[in-house]
Design a protein around this ligand. Structure first.
Ligand SMILES: CC(C)(COP(=O)(O)OP(=O)(O)OC[C@H]1O[C@@H](n2cnc3c(N)ncnc32)[C@H](O)[C@@H]1OP(=O)(O)O)[C@@H](O)C(=O)NCCC(=O)NCCS
Length: 169
């Protein structure tokens, strides 16, 4: 059973380690350009600044996915327009815990948190079109397919084909 809650500043090390510990092939599957990853110390300083801000001024919200008291995954929510829309991201950070149903449950619970926190009408997710895991997981978690298009989906990404999924409430 997975539980979901907001990430603490100390837990943002999970983000830094996950991306900086990844192989080039894994980052390619995610659509991440390794040259666009902030250096670890710059990233830590960024998180410290973000977490010092009042909640409504932060660019993003991060959540951890917990099983048996351990962090097994994470999500974040950005491009937030309160009362309207936002985008989410999803990662099971422990490789051997993937494809066991954690992602589907944790995406549902993370979406509930984002909808409640920002009074959203729509929550989008735009994984790389060739990355089967998130595309299948989003559909299973109740997201609806919108379209496949070419874009640079975020500051860490290269130009790529992404699939846009939406959850509406
Ligand atoms: C994407 C991710 C978060 C999904 O979490 P998960 O716990 O593996 O997902 P689930 O076990 O709930 O699986 C949900 C569905 O997706 C399918 N799926 C998951 N990973 C898959 C993969 N690599 N290839 C094919 N199907 C996959 C599962 O089979 C399941 O479908 P089914 O029940 O119809 O068989 C996780 O696989 C992950 O972290 N992957 C690496 C990072 C990543 O790609 N993140 C997305 C960035 S946008």
């Amino acid at each position: 059973m997975v539980s979901v809650r907001e990430m603490t500043l100390g837990e943002t090390e999970t983000v830094v380690r996950y991306f900086h510990g990844a192989t080039p092939e894994f980052l390619e599957m995610l659509g991440v350009d390794p040259t666009r990853l902030p250096r670890p110390d710059a990233w830590r300083e960024h998180f410290a600044r973000e977490f010092a801000l009042p909640a409504e001024q932060r660019q993003a919200v991060f959540v951890v996915w917990i099983v048996d008291d351990a962090i097994v995954g994470m999500s974040s929510c950005d491009k937030i327009v309160p009362g309207e829309r936002a985008n989410m991201h999803l990662h099971v950070v422990v490789p051997n815990l993937r494809q066991r149903g954690i992602g589907t449950d944790a995406v549902r619970a993370s979406a509930d948190l984002y909808f409640a926190k920002f009074s959203l009408k729509r929550l989008f997710c735009e994984p790389n079109a060739f990355n089967a895991g998130p595309n299948r997981t989003l559909q299973k978690a109740g997201f609806r397919y919108v379209k496949t298009h070419m874009t640079v989906p975020g500051p860490l990404n290269y130009h790529q084909a992404v699939t846009r999924w939406v959850l509406e409430r």
